[in-house]
Design a protein around this ligand. Structure first.
Ligand code: UT7
Length: 323
């Protein structure tokens, strides 16, 4: 049985750091409110002229270096983003050129905050079906560009960044002891469109639009759907919550993360949290958290990592990876 095995990971954050106190100077908010409600202390914001592709390329270069391969070795790039450089072509093709990859396919995938889990699932399926051998899955966003900086209920929650992993098809035994992606689960529910969306786009308003969110409603769905999808992916792999070494959740809100960890019966030290440092970076949040925990020595070869995320759509999903 072919398994998609992680060869390396990397991430990149824009230089500019914006603290809650800095935001409180220009809007009616406070460090206390933001930390209490979300756990966020700071976020990174892309500079003028710094695009999603620039962040993605830096994260990709680090992931390739960590994997010990070059762009020419890739035959697939899946870039999860809701903030592409341009309406078309896919930002993934900009990354492809920068990495010196001249064969295979590169495309963008749009599932907002669930984008990275969707990207991992799609790349895994393509590797298993023989459509790709070595794939780069990137989550990269410049959400600062689609925030309404007059809406304190949303603009304090998000940040910019990128993260990436390299996957390669390798022969496995078909057991849960194999290294690689063991199971994926994806869902969406278009009936929930109105609780999290961007009020613009090329076909509707011909503008980029701004992010709009009913935070409390999204929160309720997140808590319920995350608990369900992590159970689903564990069952698919024939594993139990006690087998998980690391929960690597989408980083939207510390209270949602804590709730999922509690329901799985995991001690807090097994839950990777970066929302305090990065805020919500949408599709980039899971690979940013993964890279932090791999590079500081927490996630090691053979460990079982459970990735999960939910965002606009609503769209949500989970992936179970033996690192
Ligand atoms: O990544 C995609 C998935 N997204 C999520 O998972 C987000 C899920 N939702 C959340 O994380 C939370 O709902 C929020 C953090 C967005 C909001 O927390 P909340 O506890 O649901 O607060 P709320 O929206 O009900 O607002 C409570 C109060 C309101 O004031 P009143 O009406 O009670 O007087 C808001 O006006 O807090 C006020 N408020 C703020 N105050 C200071 C809203 N934003 C701010 C702010 N600073 N930035």
């Amino acid at each position: 049985m072919i398994r998609s095995v992680v060869q390396g990971c990397g991430s990149y954050l824009p230089e500019r750091l914006v603290t809650n106190d800095e935001l409180a100077k220009t809007m009616d908010t406070s460090d206390e409110w933001i930390q209490q409600r979300t756990g966020i202390k700071q976020r990174h914001i892309a500079a003028d002229g710094e695009f999603t592709s620039h962040l993605a390329i830096k994260a990709a270069e680090r992931a390739l270096a960590h994997a010990g391969i070059s762009g020419a070795d890739l035959d697939l790039i899946v870039l999860a983003t809701a903030t592409p450089d341009e309406t078309f072509p896919a930002t993934a093709t900009v990354v492809q050129k920068a990495l010196g990859m001249t064969k295979g396919a590169a495309f963008d995938l749009q599932a907002v905050c669930a984008g990275f889990v969707y990207g991992v699932s799609v790349a895994d399926s393509m590797i298993k079906n023989g459509l790709a051998g070595t794939a780069l899955v990137i989550g990269a966003e410049t959400f600062s560009r689609i925030l309404d900086w007059n809406d304190r209920g949303t603009c304090v929650l998000f940040g910019d960044g990128a993260g990436a992993i390299v996957l390669k098809g390798e022969q496995g035994n078909g057991t849960s002891a194999d290294r690689g992606i063991l199971a994926n689960a994806l869902h969406s529910d278009g009936r929930q469109h109105d609780i999290l969306y961007v009020d613009g786009g090329p076909s509707s308003t011909r503008t980029t639009g701004f992010l709009r969110m009913e935070g409390k409603e999204v929160f309720k769905h997140a808590v319920v759907n995350m608990a369900a999808v992590v159970g689903e992916v564990l069952a698919k792999a024939g594993l139990e919550a006690k087998d998980i070494d690391w929960l690597v959740p989408h980083q939207a809100n510390k209270r949602i993360i804590d709730s999922t960890g509690r329901k799985l019966g995991l001690p807090p030290e097994k839950v990777v949290v970066t929302v305090d440092r990065h805020a919500n970076t949408s599709a980039a949040s899971i690979p940013l958290a993964l890279d932090a925990a791999v590079k500081d020595g927490r996630i090691k070869k053979g460990d079982l990592a459970l990735l999960e995320g939910i965002g606009g759509g609503l769209a949500w999903g989970a992936s179970l990876i033996r690192w």
